[in-house]
Design a protein around this ligand. Structure first.
Ligand code: 5RP
Length: 223
């Protein structure tokens, strides 16, 4: 199976976690796009979605799925999203698609985080994928130096030669050279740094379930 087929398989598999009549939290990325396509098949049986990015909102609305503001709904039963890396405890690196802040907010608002990923995302220890960190632009230089003091190398993410601006109007750093064997401790520490909006380690908002696409089918990991 191709990576695209693995993504489509886990996107469809996530439908069984969507409760009829509910509002579902929807993440961002190529794997989630497969979920959104599958979700369209049950759009008349759900109230709608809360979306983590402008990109997902556009896709949802184009398929006739209502999108609610997170402030207009209460807790959600289920949030479905991909990951850049997931370990065997359910801790993740996210933010490759620049949507980490809204993703973390909706994950915190949801009772269950259903992670959908192809098997290339499963790692022993987090840290090979460059860690996304959303920052207030004026703090970027200082945060880069703080990561350097930790042994990491942080780079401003650019698009078309300019700093990428997130849906929240902020900038993104991508940090390499770190081994995140204690994700919760790391997340707690970086969260304290002035100017950090969101660190892309999902420790406190880790996965409840991971539907991992493998050549043998969907492997369900529960954490
Ligand atoms: C976006 C994310 C995505 O979940 C992550 O980048 C995985 O994306 P894909 O499914 O395209 O591999 O965190 O901010």
């Amino acid at each position: 199976m191709t990576q695209d087929e693995l993504k489509a398989m886990v996107g469809r598999a996530a439908l069984k976690y969507v409760q009829p009549g509910s509002i579902v939290g929807v993440g961002t990325g190529s794997t989630v796009n497969k979920f959104i396509e599958a979700l369209a098949s049950m759009k008349d049986r759900i109230q709608g979605a809360v979306s983590s990015s402008s990109a997902s909102t556009e896709r949802l609305q184009a398929l006739g799925i209502a999108v609610f503001d997170a402030n207009d709904v209460g807790d959600l039963a289920v949030y479905v999203d991909g990951a850049d890396e997931i370990d065997n405890r359910g801790y993740m690196i996210k933010g490759g698609g620049a949507a980490l802040t809204r993703e973390k907010i909706i994950a915190a608002q949801s009772h269950q985080f259903i992670c959908i990923a192809d098997e290339s995302k499963l790692v022993g220890v987090l840290g090979r994928f460059p860690l996304p960190v959303e920052v207030i632009p004026m703090a970027a230089g200082r945060v880069i130096r703080q990561f350097a003091a930790m042994g990491g190398t942080a780079q401003l993410r650019c698009k078309d030669g300019q700093p990428l601006v997130t849906d929240n109007g902020q900038h993104l750093l991508d940090v390499t050279g770190l081994t995140l064997s204690e994700p919760l401790r790391f997340e707690n520490e970086v969260n304290q740094w002035p100017g950090v909006v969101t660190v892309g380690v999902f420790g406190h908002q880790k996965a409840s379930v991971c539907l991992l696409g493998t050549a043998q089918g969907v492997r369900t990991m529960t954490f």
